[in-house]
Design a protein around this ligand. Structure first.
Ligand code: UD1
Length: 346
């Protein structure tokens, strides 16, 4: 393993696990910490099957400063951190805001304090298009004004961005790249890892695949009266492996000293807006499986439409989303079928 150790917080989670695989492919040595609050330990087996070797893992909660400190004392020579560990359900955050502020803010503060102590200079942070709220002009660029967040989850992402900006201003040795994800979907083409939310899914794709598999009776399409061509909401759905690869590019950029400022922000999407009804139709076409659905009332906190202007990431990072929507939806379905084989579906 040549390129150094990367601490991956939340590395057994959905985006974290796919990034761990891409880090291994790129010659890094990822080490995972996760408290398994929204992931399953079996993910480590999937990673091992894909990469051919086990990845170091410890059950640590990033809110626990002392455990984190002890862990970092044991693991010297970490060149960068990819920080995924966070709560991410919009609806849950509305009902339980303090959980979100505690989890998402405290974890980042602990990490930043310990980075200074252990001389770790680089961090990639999982931000979100949620920071834009409902933008007036689409697609959104990194310069699009930040509107008030529509949920406590969104507030935590905005606050974490501010914390990172302030920390990077105060400490010029700190390099941070903030990646604003649009809607990550799909699974690894091997179907060894994918999205596995605990309990009833909140997000569209796991709900679709579980409905197609017969685990859920029908999908509720939240609203068909939005100001969009077919009335359903529009998002920018990005393949999770493409997204994971962007993390490797961002980490390379900092580790190799190619970053232009000590804090940089990139939109990670495809640049294409797709409606909920289009996703259902494309899923059915790609897989040949029907998704029973009904039109339901709008969901609180949803914005109408958002998609990314990705030209800055394309140009500066030399990165572009490559996988087609059909292939991505098929990968999500293959993962769902694999879960059924392993008896791991919900
Ligand atoms: C939200 C956040 C995003 C975050 C993600 C993490 C916003 C604007 N976006 O994405 O930043 O990364 O959560 O969880 O805050 N839908 C249905 N039926 C369902 C589920 C979803 O119709 O059963 C619709 C939603 O109304 C939405 C679309 O599908 O239009 C996508 O929803 P979802 O997958 O939950 O993601 P977002 O809410 O867009």
């Amino acid at each position: 393993m040549g390129k150094g150790k990367i601490l991956v917080t939340g590395g057994t989670g959905y985006i974290g696990s796919h990034t761990v695989v891409e880090l291994c492919n790129a010659g890094y040595e990822p080490i995972i910490i996760d408290n398994l609050s929204n992931s399953n330990i079996n993910v480590l087996e999937g990673i091992k099957t894909i990469t051919g070797h086990p990845v170091t893992y410890e059950n640590i909660d990033c809110k626990d400063y002392n455990s984190l400190e002890r862990f970092l004392e044991k693991h010297s020579e970490i060149v960068a951190i990819a920080h995924f560990a966070a709560s991410k359900s919009v609806g849950e955050s509305v009902n339980n805001p303090l959980l979100y502020y505690r989890n998402n803010i405290l974890s980042l503060i602990n990490l930043l304090q310990l980075m200074a102590k252990f001389n770790i200079k680089n961090i990639v942070f999982s931000s979100s298009c949620t920071v834009y709220g409902q933008a007036d002009v689409l697609p959104v660029t990194e310069q699009t004004p930040i509107k008030p967040a529509s949920s406590p989850y969104g507030s935590t992402k905005q606050m974490c961005e501010t914390i990172l900006q302030d920390a990077a201003f105060a400490n010029k040795d700190l390099n941070a790249i903030l990646l604003r994800y649009f809607n990550p979907i799909g699974a690894h083409p091997s179907a060894e890892i994918g999205e596995l939310p605990n309990g009833i899914p909140n997000n569209l794709l796991p709900y679709i695949t579980q409905t197609a598999a017969g685990i859920r009776k029908e999908l509720s399409v939240f609203g068909d009266d939005y100001n969009t061509p077919d009335g359903s909401c529009i998002r920018d759905y990005i393949n999770v492996v493409d997204l994971a690869k962007a993390h490797v590019v961002a980490l390379n950029r900092m580790v190799e000293g190619q970053n232009k400022k000590n804090i940089e922000i990139f939109n990670l999407g495809t640049g294409e807006g797709v409606s909920v009804l289009e996703i259902i139709r494309t899923f059915e076409k790609a897989t040949g499986v029907k998704v029973p659905y009904k039109i339901a009332p709008r969901r609180a906190g949803d914005i109408e439409k958002v998609w990314a202007d990705t030209s800055y990431a394309n140009k500066e990072l030399g990165w572009k989303a490559e996988t087609s929507l059909e292939d991505t939806l098929l990968s999500a379905w293959n993962w769902q079928k694999k879960l059924a084989e392993k008896n791991l579906g919900n």
